[in-house]
Design a protein. Structure first.
Length: 163
């Protein structure tokens, strides 16, 4: 591991510890953070569903093309046009590979949806963790400091994920 990566991991761990300490001291902010995470998971779930639907449609299209090219290959072979039949068979193989790749992507999305659902089930609800008056009693400066800290931490997480 490079020194820069090690330093970044140490920084991320330190920021994570500070965030956890802040959240323990400010339960209302933790409730807000959990609600934001829930909304992000919900949005990601919708996005995955749309992508999965597009992949399903593409798979159906590929299946129709495979049937079409197999029929063409059979007709060419029956007519004695073996060169044309061979080319059609290659087209079928290419389509089958494309379909296999799309199927793998669809399976990966399914696993991500399952993980997202499991994470949502494991996350306690925000209402169970705070009293209604706790956010009203929290000083604005503390709430703002927590908000800024959360934003910075989330930005670091996104940077880390994008690498």
């Amino acid at each position: 591991m490079s020194p820069a990566a090690d330093w970044l991991e140490q920084l991320e761990a330190r920021l994570e510890q500070q965030l956890e300490a802040f959240l323990r001291a400010n339960p209302a902010q933790e409730a807000l953070l959990q609600e934001q995470e829930r909304l992000e998971r919900k949005q990601r779930q919708k996005q995955l569903q749309l992508q999965a639907e597009a992949l399903r449609s593409e798979l159906l299209q590929i299946a129709a093309e495979v049937r079409q090219w197999r029929d063409r290959s059979d007709r060419a072979r029956n007519a004695g046009a073996t060169d044309l039949a061979t080319r059609a068979d290659r087209q079928v193989a290419q389509l089958m590979e494309r379909g296999r790749l799309r199927w793998q992507a669809l399976e990966q999305m399914g696993r991500e949806v399952q993980n997202n659902t499991a994470a949502a089930a494991a996350q306690p609800t925000a209402a169970a963790n705070t009293s209604p008056a706790s956010s009203a009693n929290q000083p604005l400066d503390q709430a703002w400091a927590r908000f800024e800290l959360e934003q910075e931490l989330e930005a670091l997480r996104r940077q880390q994920r994008s690498r």
